[in-house]
Structures are given as C-alpha cells and as structure tokens.
Design a protein around this ligand. Structure first.
Ligand code: ZN
Length: 74
C-alpha cells in the first residue's frame, strides 16, 4: 500500500497496517485532521496496550523458562 501523505510504499505483509500506522505517527501526525488525530490517538492507545500485554507475556514466559531450566539443572 502507498502512503496517503508522501510517496513511500509499504510492502503488503502481516505488519503493513502497523508499519503504516507508525510511519504516519512519526512523519505525518501534523497533517492529520482533528478527527483523524482523535482516531489515531485511540488506535495508538489500543496498540500500546496490546504491545504492553505481549511484552508482559513474553517477559513472564522468559522468566518461567529461566526458572524451569534452573530447576532441571538440580
Ligand atoms: Zn508518508
């Protein structure tokens, strides 16, 4: 897909929506209309809470792994 605000092309992979979102966030936030900014901020919060959850899950999983491997050494 192509950026709405510049000539940058995004490859159509699983992360294209997120990549485009972050690109707009860093490069074109000032070009958004007031309404679009509101929508953008809502999505940003949703993405952030999802990312926090996944990071938390990963951290927990990793510490479980360390715990388990420590245990199996004994
Ligand atoms: Zn752009």
């Amino acid at each position: 897909m192509k950026c709405k605000y510049c000539k940058k092309i995004f490859e159509d992979d699983a992360d294209v929506v997120l990549n485009y979102f972050y690109h707009v966030d860093t490069s074109h936030y000032d070009s958004l209309t007031d309404n679009e900014k509101i929508m953008h901020d809502v999505r940003k919060k949703m993405i952030k809470s999802k990312t926090d959850y996944e990071v938390h899950k990963k951290t927990t999983g990793d510490s479980d792994l360390i715990f388990n491997s420590k245990n199996s050494d004994i």
